[in-house]
Design a protein around this ligand. Structure first.
Ligand code: CP
Ligand code: NVA
Length: 307
């Protein structure tokens, strides 16, 4: 049984398999061809935090493949409060074929997976957001036709999305420069793991503090919110620290002329990204959002659909 808690859980071949399946399913979907590899399968969607993309893309995606989903809101299950995490894992495993969970503490999803009899997918934790970055890399691949000699600049908060970018880039041989303010760098353990992995895959990952240096030669600039879900009380402080890391036209002009702009969304327009850039010709944020659904269909088939 395979879980997907981190991109590090997947081999390079596994990721390639997911991307191949994604492409096949997306092509069929575009032509209106129905494919139902998940008939009879149920997916539980367990949330401790809000969501638009993750919830809708998983719900619609699994239904398109013939399966069904069940949304469990934060108030319903009250993971770890109303009931112990391990008991929730054991009970849900008796009903459904796969669980996706969005949690605060990463340890919660590790605990869920430990006690689950069915695969568990991380739909975001305070440490990682693997489904997001897998679909981001797929989106780049789709746009550019390959990942060779690619340089991605992640500008902003070194949180869950940045951590998953370190793991994804290093696994697939993408050069990644992460620029954050001091004190907001990605997880040290994740960085060490990514540096090691990047070496064996012929790429370079780095964490620096200068956004202009990071975007130099970049074909993709990526950003995320300055205050993540669960960090609401730090919002004002962060809004004083992060402005030099705003993705605006001035910064974009320092990258390669054809540089693409990405954001996992939700975006805080006028904060980490300007309207001009987000709505501009180099932005692919909505293609990126759409691909969440296609890649997650690929992930579901990979984990429980026999391929
Ligand atoms: N990008 C992302 O995960 O969006 P949601 O929080 O809306 O699911
Ligand atoms: N870093 C953000 C990502 C949202 C998709 C958060 O955790 O809120």
């Amino acid at each position: 049984m395979k879980h997907l808690l981190s991109i590090a859980d997947l081999s390079r071949e596994g990721i390639e398999k997911i991307f191949k399946k994604t492409e096949e399913l997306k092509t069929q979907w575009k032509k209106g061809v129905v494919s139902s590899p998940l008939v009879g399968k149920s997916l539980a969607l367990l949330f401790q935090k809000p969501s638009l993309r993750t919830r809708v893309s998983f719900e619609v995606g699994v239904r398109q493949l013939g399966g069904q989903s069940l949304y469990l809101s934060p108030d319903e299950v009250q993971l770890g409060k109303r009931e112990a995490v391990k008991d929730v894992a054991k009970v849900l495993s008796r009903y459904v074929d796969i669980i996706m969970a969005r949690v605060f503490a990463h340890e919660t999803i590790v605990e869920l997976a430990k006690h689950s009899g069915v695969p568990v997918i991380n739909g975001l934790s305070d440490k990682l957001h693997p489904c997001q970055v897998l679909s981001d890399i797929y989106t780049i691949l789709e746009r550019r036709g390959g990942l060779k000699d690619l340089k991605v600049a992640f500008v902003g908060d070194g949180n869950n999305v940045a951590n998953s970018w370190l793991l994804g880039a290093s696994k697939l041989g993408i050069n990644l420069s992460v620029a954050t303010p001091e004190g907001y760098e990605p997880d040290g353990g994740v960085l060490a793991q990514a540096e090691e992995e990047a070496k064996s895959n012929g790429s370079r990952v780095e964490v620096i503090h200068d956004p202009v240096e990071a975007v130099k030669g970049a074909q993709v600039i990526y950003t995320d919110t300055w205050a993540s879900m669960g960090q609401e009380e730090e919002k004002e402080k962060r809004e004083r620290v992060f402005p030099p890391y705003q993705v605006n036209q001035n910064l974009l002009e320092k990258a390669k002329p054809d540089c693409l702009v990405m954001h996992c969304l939700p975006a805080h327009r006028g904060k980490e990204i300007t309207d001009e850039v987000m709505d501009g010709p180099q932005s692919i944020v909505f293609d990126q959002a759409e691909n969440r659904m296609h890649v997650q269909k690929g992930i579901l088939v990979f984990l429980i659909g026999g391929g």
